[in-house]
Ligand binder design. Structure first.
Ligand SMILES: [Zn+2]
Length: 463
């Protein structure tokens, strides 16, 4: 049998593996390439993947870089099931709908411009209709239940601890007289982080495809990050500041709300207005409450008893843009959570425009900021930034917290790998930039005394 990586090979986006057993063909993930225009040009289904000839797709989790090319696959003729956990089905639907909406809007804007020069209109990569057709193929399954896809070919999804519903794929192929046990890590989370459960321990495999996003880094400890977060919020409330937190809608917004709730519950802070200014984060928070059984015990208990809702009685949801704009006139101390998390689009841009010049504003950056984003400039201490073409002088306090990552660091990755090492599996490192992958490969060799392999885009590996 053979496996080919059609994305996230020496790169962090576009996750997609084609598994060809000789009798059957499967995809694990079919994600979107994200970043520069050059990278985004890879957003197509390669000719070597025949959508009519794929027996099943398995999705590890709902992030766009893992599910974002699924509508292209369906548009090209794929009609079989797309397996995933129940929570992932809801998250992937939310994320794909948003992605189609953004592409439709961007294309409409580009076409207005093209019309001025008599250029033919462009089509969006995919539309909301394509996404609706894709979601009809979603086939949610429970964690830890083997599912047979074809004779001699089965898989199960186990907890990856990355975001709600995230899974690693264990696949057993028993065809043509030989047995293979493959593991695809998907994205792996950290241990001992609230809401999501810890990554499951997988004890055997002969072939492992594992992510390396933070293969070269150690995060600040989660507890240390929490302490810093607590100190910042307490201090800002004392000084009657407006606290602005750019946040990703899925997972990060819920983590931050969870921590604010804890601080209110334990009386570290008094109850102040908290505004969740993001329709997508509001939807993601509702999805989380729907999937209690996939949360860790503490979060489940707090949700079930109604304690979390009680702690967050000061939470106000801003669905409409008028509700969002009304926050400009709030003068008392408050917390505003808004997207996009990287400060490159969305309602957060208006809050930054209105508050960066205010010395009584605190901006807490809690996520990765891509090069070129306003968030990155703020983290790097820029004295002024451009927002909607306007130069804005930064008088607000800017703080950056690194430890809230949904990805495990180098230690977490090695911890996940260790129980599988005894059988000397072949390890393929994917989903990481060159440095992160090389550093992780070096660590694996040092710690376990054998070499990990690094596949390239489109390279077919014989297993
Ligand atoms: Zn992810």
């Amino acid at each position: 049998m053979e496996v080919t990586a059609y994305g996230a090979a020496l790169d962090v986006t576009g996750s997609c593996y084609l598994i060809n057993t000789g009798s059957n063909r499967l995809l694990v993930d079919c994600g979107m390439f994200q970043g520069s225009k050059r990278i985004e040009r890879k957003n197509y289904i390669p000719r070597s993947i025949d959508p009519h000839n794929i027996d099943a797709v398995i999705l590890t989790h709902g992030h766009l870089d893992h599910c974002g090319r699924l509508p292209l696959l369906v548009k090209a003729g794929y009609t079989k099931p797309i397996f995933m956990t129940e929570a992932t089905a809801d998250i992937a639907e939310l994320i794909l709908k948003d992605s189609a909406h953004i592409q439709e809007e961007e294309t409409a804007r580009d076409n207005q411009h093209r019309a001025l020069f008599d250029m033919p209109p462009l089509q969006p990569l995919y539309t909301s209709e394509d996404v609706a057709k894709t979601c009809q193929l979603f086939y949610p399954i429970a964690y830890n239940h083997w599912k047979e896809v074809a004779p001699g070919l089965k898989f199960q999804l186990v907890e990856a601890g990355h975001i709600l519903g995230s899974a690693c794929v264990e696949m057993v192929v028993n065809q043509y007289g030989s047995k293979r046990h493959l593991v695809f890590s998907g994205d792996l989370g950290q241990w001992d982080v609230p809401i999501v459960r810890d990554p499951a321990t997988i004890t055997s495999a002969d072939t492992i495809f594992m992510e390396s996003t933070y293969g070269d880094r150690e995060h600040d400890s989660y507890d240390l990050t929490l302490k810093e977060f607590e100190d910042l919020i307490t201090d800002a409330i004392e000084k009657e500041m407006k606290i602005i937190i750019p946040t990703f809608a899925v997972a990060r917004a819920q983590q931050i709300l969870y921590q604010l709730a804890r601080m209110i519950r334990t009386k570290v802070i008094k109850s102040i207005p908290i505004y969740l200014d993001s329709p997508m984060a509001i939807a993601a928070t509702k999805i989380q409450s729907k999937h209690l059984k996939d949360m860790d015990d503490e979060a489940k208990g707090l949700e079930q008893s109604g304690q979390l809702a009680k702690d967050l009685s000061c939470l106000k949801l801003c669905q409409t843009s008028d509700e969002s704009k009304s926050l400009n006139f709030v003068t008392q101390p408050c917390v505003i959570l808004a997207g996009a998390g990287m400060c490159n689009a969305g309602r957060i841009m208006h809050h930054l425009l209105n508050n960066l010049e205010n010395p009584k504003a605190l901006v807490i950056i809690v996520g990765f900021q891509a090069r070129g984003s306003v968030g990155r400039l703020l983290v790097e201490g820029a004295p002024e930034v451009k927002i909607f073409g306007e130069t804005v002088h930064v008088h607000a306090t800017i703080k950056n917290l690194q430890g809230f990552s949904a990805h495990g660091d180098q230690n977490d990755l090695l911890r996940w790998l260790k129980p599988m090492i005894k059988n000397k599996p072949r390890i393929f490192l994917t989903h990481g930039e060159t440095n992160a992958i090389s550093e992780l490969a070096f660590k694996i060799e040092k710690e376990f005394e054998f070499k990990a392999e690094i596949p390239r885009y489109g390279e077919t590996i014989q297993i």
